[in-house]
Design a protein around this ligand. Sequence first.
Ligand SMILES: CSCCC(=O)C(=O)COP(=O)(O)O
Ligand SMILES: [Mg+2]
Length: 239
Amino acid sequence: MSVQVAARWVVLDIEGTLTATSQVHVVLYDYARPRLGSWIREHGDDPVVVEAVEQVKAEAGLGADADTDAVVAVLHSWMDADRKATPLKTLQGLIWSQGYARGELTTDYFADVVPALRDWRSRGARLAVFSSGSVAAQVASFSHTTSGDLRELFAGHFDTVNAGPKKQRASYEAIAGQLGAQPGQTVFFSDVPAELDGAAAAGWQAVGLARAGEPFADADFGSHPVVSSFDEVELEVVA
Ligand SMILES: CSCCC(=O)C(=O)COP(=O)(O)O
Ligand SMILES: [Mg+2]
């Protein structure tokens, strides 16, 4: 069954929507896990790293003098629990960016994704991304994919820093404001029902992705329309 959407702006979640969850939880997390300690030690003069480490200590209740091993233990526990904490996402993004630049990481999308995004873009839709992954991680991941460099497809990238938490209405209002998008002409695609609730509360259209084999495949999407792939989306691009 197909879902009809009339929109100018298409905003996309990544994990579970564009890529398999294993692409993040296995490929990317396994890449970051053994590199966190050395990254923190070797970039002690990078203010971004210093701030992220301070945030980890504060969020985890560690003392200010906690050593790097203690910070890394917290980061590993957050990855084990898939806690999408902003300082973890910042540090992962730095490490993944280097991995993509070195050719050690490549993003693989579900088969329907790249054809759909190219079709929507060619017909005048504006595309943007809203993910818990940092903007740096997003840009790096779209630059090295099995379909080439896809960065030119996107007009905006949003994360928990420049937009806010993905389940909150205010984050979607912030994104629409930054894009200059009319909420009613904007659609958000995600595999997580609570994220769709946040988008809908901001006046957006919201469509669930229930992809076979993914963690949210059998989730209750409530009143949100649901598709199992982008092949089931009929997008009318409005001016
Ligand atoms: C290559 S971007 C990294 C994706 C990531 O770290 C993540 O946690 C994905 O979460 P999402 O909000 O896209 O479900
Ligand atoms: Mg997701």
